[in-house]
Design a protein around this ligand. Structure first.
Ligand SMILES: [Zn+2]
Length: 306
């Protein structure tokens, strides 16, 4: 009877070690947003397309076609809507998706948008050895840089998963920010084992993601049951509260999910609602991370002189 202790048997140092590995540090909300705006809005889209079935080894044309819709139909609709509203967005694109759709990747890397790393093939990083995860992220970064001519500075891990070595890898590869964790509504500094890392986190949440509301799995027991217009109401409430707080409204959507006709309505009406407020700073995730980093510098300076 000498098995590994169960979590309820762990000594305090064990559960503390897990919790302290990756933690939220200082909240980094500037005293004022650029242009005197009241709120910052950071929209993101993850053009996963065919990589979701591929990473699970599901290669049937039927499954792949669901992802293909994102490239063939959804992506164009999203880009068009953003152009109509003249707002930027960040596109976290798996490298395999960018290799399949290079022209689309170049659109994402062009002004006013930003392209970011989103894994190689949307791999499940928590199942990978440290070297394999690092190798895939390094190759993903290189591929996006080669295809688009732009070196990404930000990362969103596939499915927002963080393995025990993800943070180390992000630091080693020199990313300026991450957008995969959920410890706050506002940007913060990532702390590792009590030490600030200098890496900015632009937090996400499943509430502000289209996938949990709409994703359909033929053989799963859970079916989408939320009306698109109910999702609009949730996102409007999220934005309104961010506006009142003077903080950040961050959104994650997927061209193959939100790009359908009855769902694009949600994005269109959300943008109409946000745009009805004059004092909004629309930023890419990289621009938002820069503003957060400037706030960190200000706090450091204020701390040093007080
Ligand atoms: Zn994804």
């Amino acid at each position: 009877m000498s098995e590994t202790p169960e979590p309820w048997q762990w000594p305090e140092r064990a559960w503390r070690r897990h919790v302290e590995a990756v933690r939220a540090g200082r909240r980094l909300v500037p005293q004022q947003w650029p242009g005197g705006a009241r709120v910052a809005v950071a929209l993101s889209f993850d053009p996963d397309h065919e990589t979701i079935p591929l990473r699970d080894g599901e290669t049937s044309p039927g499954r792949l076609a669901q992802g293909e819709y994102g490239a063939r139909v959804g992506a164009g609709r999203v880009l068009e809507l953003l152009a109509e509203h003249r707002v930027p967005a960040t596109f976290f694109m798996p490298a395999v998706s960018a290799l399949l759709h290079p022209a689309e990747a170049r659109d994402y890397a062009s002004e006013p948008h930003e392209i970011g790393v989103h894994g190689w093939i949307h791999e499940r990083n928590t199942l990978l050895a440290r070297e394999d995860e690092r190798d895939l992220l390094a190759r993903a970064m290189e591929s996006l840089a080669e295809i688009t001519g732009v070196r990404p500075t930000g990362i969103r891990t596939p499915s927002w998963d963080f393995s025990e070595s993800t943070l180390d890898t992000i630091r080693e590869l020199g990313f300026a920010y991450d957008s995969s964790l959920m410890a706050d509504d506002e940007p913060y500094e990532i702390v590792a084992e009590g030490e600030p890392t200098g890496i900015v986190e632009i937090p996400v949440d499943w509430i502000r993601d289209d996938a949990p509301y709409f994703t359909m799995d033929r053989y799963g027991s859970v079916r989408p049951h939320t009306r698109p217009r109910d999702v609009l109401e949730i996102w409007v409430d999220e934005f309104d509260a961010a506006y009142r707080a003077g903080g950040v409204f961050q959104l994650t959507a997927h061209p193959h999910v939100i790009g359908h006709r009855s769902r694009l309505v949600v994005l269109r009406e959300l943008l109409d609602h946000i745009r009805a407020h004059g004092d909004v700073w629309f930023a890419t995730h990289a621009e938002l991370a820069d503003a957060a980093r400037a706030e960190a510098t200000r706090l450091d300076t204020a701390g040093a002189t007080s």
